[in-house]
Design a binder for this molecule. Structure first.
Ligand code: 7TS
Length: 404
């Protein structure tokens, strides 16, 4: 099974032909199309958008607006003003927890997250619940790491104000039934907040069809640049949300005593925006669309299936999470009693990049009964040879540790 994009699209990968990059869940490599688009903005249309009365600034404004349109198209959002550019998923989720949470969560209310959240979708909710005197409830997981929707449906009440959950777990690759969870939230008038950091890069996402209130994602995990992300929300929610930050661009009128706010999306984007970041994300969206998100998902499913079979066939290996058919391109495992960090170091000697640790998901680690796992994650530029190298390296690590 070969990669579905040419390795030569990625300068870093072509410059390092021996590199086996299996850490795309942490961050993805960048195709030249993304880097070129960002560079082109700086070289041809660079100025501060919205501010200048001159043609160059108007061009920068136009680039920013076109980037928003492309991103809205990619995420299946009809109303592009509901796509807010942020610094990334962490930023997006913090904005919602702080701005929406502070305005809508009160003493005795309930905030629900799942036990499989990345810290970015766990800690902001835990902290706002503490601040507001609300009850913080952790929804249990099914055996394969998805939110247990039956338990969730029984948990919720009129007091539930938020249900925050991942689209796809960064540790297990387990895919949550997003629309089902959103429907449970809606049944009690709670806000549904979906962390799409590991969803959007790997499968077709239609915000309008998922029917969640909020969806968050990071550009850098979907072939785009670091430092950019999106906060997508239903218009009624975003319109009613108090501004998270105040300053330039987000105001309508500043009086000596009072200030009025600009309309969406500007109201939630205070200060000079990261236009190059938005342009890079838009180029990444176009690149992924040209491949086709169903093809991306199918490729990862095929690779992870082979990896799942081959890795779990090694004696002493425990693979965590769902069956290969039900996961996106993430494989977390532990090898006998070799510490995942030792494993990652040994693999690095063969130029294989995997992540080891708690993956910013300590609540999930506790539920899995481990302190750390090794994690290989796949993307469009990986092929079966990468899986082969991973398997050989794991076998070799086992031999080494058996001898030691
Ligand atoms: N949510 C999930 C599900 C994630 O996987 C990550 C990053 C985040 C939120 C935070 O994204 P950021 O772009 O704001 O940092 N996950 C990982 C990971 O699994 N390894 O490194 C980063």
């Amino acid at each position: 099974m070969s990669a579905i994009v040419p390795r030569s699209d990625f300068s870093l990968l072509s410059a390092n032909p021996a590199l086996v990059y299996l850490d795309s869940a942490a961050t993805a490599q960048k195709p030249r199309a993304v880097l070129d688009a960002m560079n082109d903005f700086y070289e041809t249309d660079y100025a501060n958008p919205h501010r200048g009365a001159y043609a160059l600034s108007a061009r920068a404004t136009e680039r920013y607006a076109r980037a928003r349109e492309a991103v809205a198209r990619f995420f299946g959002v009809r109303d592009e003003a509901c796509v807010i550019f942020t610094r990334g998923t962490t930023d997006s989720l913090n904005v919602v927890a702080a701005a929406w949470g502070r305005a809508n969560i009160g003493a005795g209310d309930e905030v629900i997250v799942t036990g499989a959240e990345h810290h970015a979708n766990f800690v902001p909710w835990q902290q706002i619940a503490i601040e507001r005197g609300a009850i913080f409830t952790i929804c249990p997981l099914t055996a394969d790491g998805r939110a247990d929707v039956e338990v969730l449906a029984a948990l919720v009440s009129e007091k539930t104000k938020v249900i925050a959950f991942n689209h796809v777990s960064n540790v297990l690759g387990a895919i949550n039934p997003v629309a089902e969870i959103a429907a449970i939230a809606r049944s009690v008038g709670a806000l549904s907040v979906c962390d799409g950091a590991q969803g959007a890069p790997h499968m077709a996402v239609s915000f309008d069809a998922l029917d969640v209130d909020i969806y968050a994602a990071s550009a850098h995990k979907m072939l785009g640049p670091m430092g950019t992300g999106v906060l997508i929300g239903r218009r009624e929610i975003l319109d009613a949300m108090p501004p998270y930050q105040t300053g330039g661009d987000m105001i309508a009128f500043v009086g000596d005593e009072q200030t009025t706010w600009n309309v969406l999306p500007h109201r939630l984007e205070a200060g000079t925006p990261n236009v190059a970041g938005a342009v890079g994300l838009a180029a990444a969206c176009d690149y992924l669309t040209a491949i086709g998100m169903d093809a991306v998902a199918a490729h990862e499913r095929a690779l992870v299936k082979v990896a799942h079979e081959r890795v779990s066939a090694i004696e002493g290996v425990r693979v965590h999470g769902p069956s290969a058919a039900e996961r996106s391109g993430v494989l977390s495992f532990t090898v006998a009693d070799i510490h995942p960090h030792d494993l990652a170091t040994l693999l690095d000697e063969r130029s294989i990049c995997i992540r080891a640790g708690h993956h910013c998901a300590q609540p999930l680690m506790r539920r899995l009964g481990v302190t750390a796992t090794a994690r290989a994650s796949f993307y469009v530029y990986n092929d079966e040879n990468d899986v082969e190298q991973l398997v050989e390296a794991l076998k070799s690590a086992k031999r080494l540790f058996a001898v030691a």
